[in-house]
Design a protein around this ligand. Structure first.
Ligand SMILES: [Zn+2]
Length: 490
């Protein structure tokens, strides 16, 4: 079986896990704070230094880029190539699917890892269906859940960024071997929905563990005594809270929690080590950091005098500098756009061959129509949010820079032999050192404005600057950034 020509190369979908036995035998040493295998795997995946990854296994459940639309053939290919593949069965009737599920449930305890259900896939890959946010030909068939009944004590509205998420505080109850005192109510809409069936302080609720991990309020069994109060002001900044879709949100863009959430998102996405929420709070209180670009201007001098920050801060500055010039998909994922992470950006950027923030800002909804996994709701979120933060995106790109995928340029090494460039003024899509590196990689030279220079690159040929005037007097060709990039990207 061959590989299909496409823009995205070949990709595997995998699940990482710590097998039960390994978890048990190494828990004390390697997973002391982890309650179960699932936490162990999730915690290890979050480690930024890779510690503990040798205790993880991966199971492959899909491959993209093979020249077949037959799901069984894909799995066979993976197995033949020694990948650890998820167990699977080809069924031709609904009754066979149900029998398989019953069989798996009966043997569930014998597996060496946790499972919470099966995925039923159509035997033939349907690319169009896969483009939906929720494909209809690949559906989860979850197992029934353990259920417990308990009393609602109160609702805790927890702020994370702009969103206030309702968490039910309930009388302690045992579920899947752990004591549950808090259970998710998902969002404001769900609370409103459950209020219709009697959700009140003191009411009886059914709680399950979704995916065996997150306690969740499934339904109200009997009414309580006191009506719930849904908060209407932000506990951090006092601004009005509004309902936005299913969510309750703070409307103040300058709300401290909203900013912290955005900045922490960047810190986590870029894997900036040692920079904790506590340190961030200090930097924000001292007005040293208000936006992402501010991180990249921090120096030991500039943070002098902030309590609790000393010479050791240099390692944080080093970490920050290490994250300059990220790939475009990572850069975009560092901005706190709802549900639009690196996995969403990557296929968009790869398929459309986007190179810079301005390419992203210029995207139209129709450009995104045919990207796998990007449905209409995601397209709407992307277009709206990118336009809202376009100025910040450009300003951040100027300071942080973006990695130029050199190998993807059409320019081969040596192609610019004997050709020289000089850059003047600001570039829009990158910083000057990156542009200079591109020239040098392709065999060109960087020169000052003098006789023999081939091109002066400027976005403002009429600025009347000394370089421009001199270049014109010497008959040197003036080109703008777009023309320069065309030499590389065609
Ligand atoms: Zn607020």
């Amino acid at each position: 079986m061959g590989f299909k020509r496409n823009d995205r190369g070949t990709q595997l979908s995998v699940q990482s896990l710590v097998p039960y036995k390994r978890f048990k035998s190494t828990k004390e040493k390697h997973f002391p704070d982890m309650a179960n295998c699932r936490n162990g795997a999730a915690g290890t995946m979050k480690q930024k230094d890779g510690v503990g990854c040798e205790y993880l296994d991966i199971i492959v459940y899909d491959i993209y880029g093979l020249n077949t639309t037959n799901e069984s053939q894909k799995l066979k290919f993976l197995e033949d190539n020694k990948f650890n593949v998820t167990f699977n069965q080809y069924c031709t009737k609904l009754s066979e699917i149900i029998a398989m599920r019953n069989n798996v449930i009966a043997n569930r305890e014998n597996y060496n890892f946790d499972i919470d259900g099966l995925v039923i896939k159509c035997a033939t890959t349907d690319e169009k269906d896969l483009k939906r946010d929720r494909p209809e030909k690949q559906i989860a068939f979850k197992f029934e859940l353990d259920i417990a009944t308990t009393t609602l004590i109160d609702i805790d509205w927890r702020q994370s960024g702009k969103t206030f998420t309702p968490v039910a505080k309930v009388n302690a109850v045992n579920l899947c071997g752990t004591t549950v005192q808090n259970a998710s109510l998902a969002n404001l809409d769900r609370v409103i929905e459950l209020q219709k069936t009697g959700l009140q302080i003191g009411c009886q609720v059914e709680v399950t563990k979704r995916g065996e991990i997150i306690p969740y309020v499934e339904r109200v069994i009997s009414k309580g005594k006191k009506d719930l109060i849904i908060p209407n002001t932000c506990t951090t900044c006092g601004a009005k809270l509004v309902k936005n879709g299913p969510f309750l949100e703070c409307t103040n863009k300058d709300c401290h929690e909203v900013k912290v959430h955005q900045l922490m998102k960047w810190i986590n996405k870029m894997d900036i080590m040692h920079l904790s929420r506590k340190t961030l709070d200090k930097l924000m209180a001292a007005n040293k950091v208000n936006k992402i670009a501010d991180f990249y201007n921090l120096t030991l001098n500039s943070v002098q005098g902030i309590e609790g920050i000393g010479q050791g801060f240099q390692r944080i500055i080093d970490e920050i500098n290490r994250t300059r010039n990220p790939e475009l998909a990572k850069f975009m994922a560092g901005f706190d756009i709802d549900g639009i992470g690196e996995r969403v950006w990557k296929p968009i950027i790869d398929t459309l061959k986007l190179k810079s923030v301005s390419d992203i800002i210029n995207l139209k909804a129709t450009d995104l129509d045919n990207i796998p996994g990007i449905g209409p709701s995601r397209i709407a979120i992307i277009i709206k949010n990118v336009s809202e933060i376009s100025k910040e995106l450009i300003a951040t790109e100027k300071v942080v820079g973006i990695k130029i995928p050199v190998k993807e340029t059409k320019m081969t090494a040596g192609k610019l032999n004997g050709i020289s460039f000089c850059f003047t003024g600001a570039l829009e899509s990158m910083k000057r050192p990156q542009a200079e590196a591109m020239v040098i990689n392709a065999g060109g030279a960087i020169k000052s404005v003098s006789k023999g220079l081939t091109y002066l690159v400027t976005n403002d040929p009429f600025s009347g600057s000394a370089k421009n005037t001199k270049a014109q007097a010497l008959g040197i060709k003036l080109i703008d950034e777009k023309t320069f990039l065309k030499m590389f990207y065609g």
